[in-house]
Design a protein around this ligand. Sequence first.
Ligand SMILES: *Cc1c(COP(=O)(O)O)cnc(C)c1O
Length: 423
Amino acid sequence: MQKLPFVNHEKLKEITAQYPTPFHLYDEAGIRHTVRSVHEAFSWNKGFREYYAVKACPNPFILKLLKEEGCGVDCASLTELKMAEALGFSGDDIMFSSNETPAVEYEYARKLDAIINLDDITHIDFLAAHGGLPERICLRYNPGGELLVGTVYMGQPDSSKFGMTKQQIFSAVQRLMQLGVKRFGLHALLASNAADNNYYPANAMILFDLAIDLKKKLGAEIFMVNLSGGIGIPYLPEQTMPDIGAIGASIQEGFAKTLGAAGLGNVNLATELGRFMTGPHGCLVTRAIHKKHIYKEYIGVDACAVNLMRPAMYDAYHHITVSGKEDALCDHVYDVVGSLCENNDKFAVDRALPQIDDGDLVVIHDTGAHGYSMGYNYNGKLKSAEIMLHPDGSFSMIRRAETVKDYFATFDFCDILDGVSDE
Ligand SMILES: *Cc1c(COP(=O)(O)O)cnc(C)c1O
């Protein structure tokens, strides 16, 4: 199947006339559409809430849009908490799913009355000492072993650093009840980028069973089951989008059979989707600036792994479209590479593409989650701008590109770089 960008060549020419490449471009209409599809899929659960995983795309304009659509936010650091606070999120709007949490972060999360998602049993005393225990809390579960759904392998919880064992969950709930905590949520994140429609329902069933157990054996009041993130997106052209409607329906069925039957039908479901919400609705727009022929054919572009780290970090596939050449024959084989002094700075290796000429606009797909946000500053390369394409075809900058001065800003305590300019 042909995989096309959400932006056509004419529009891209218009945008690049105003904003130099490289930049990440986001599709507001696409994001809104996906949020609505998630809300629809879980509309059978009265207290349902999607807490967008801020780390996936921590841009306040995007968070504001998600807030308008009714989402909460899932934060994991002080900076993310402060961004959420500035946008007017508070209390039950914020999930705080941190791990190895510094004291100041718990204190700040408590100040905002965020829902604390406790990663470890030892954090009970730590949180009590730093911010104090809340009235309601969520606990992060790690069932260990391998996660198999039928015969399909989905993840390796026993080598994941997150969450508590079953026994620890029971001890934690007991202890927290003694300390005055009244209501409990349960959370698990057992896979990442799961393409299979069965992952999310399987994760849900594990938590539903645990909730019933805790209720039965300890009399704990369970107010929420948090399914976390992990639903995948089709990075490859031959993949299809997970069917969120079918996923919601399957969880509804499991919910009725377990929680519903056990008298726990009023439990709220929560999700912390990141990739699924925004991943397909962003792309990295870059320009071909060099062509090199040695033992292979290389196309050098003006973006690099600083702008999108997933290919270098995970060997991840990101589809590439040469804008304006959507229908041209893919009769060339290229490595599409960035400018870092690192041989893993390759957006594509041995990729069949149309002939690429200097100046061509190259669109790297599916960068709307874990794209810009994973960036860094190796080689002193600067982070790009972010642009939002609005439903009416207009567009606006939602983050400017970094400048050399920004890079030097952490030397502002001394005068050694005074006089350095961006020119
Ligand atoms: C990363 C993360 C998510 C989001 O994961 P996606 O793969 O983007 O859906 C949600 N919850 C927690 C705790 C995470 O660490």
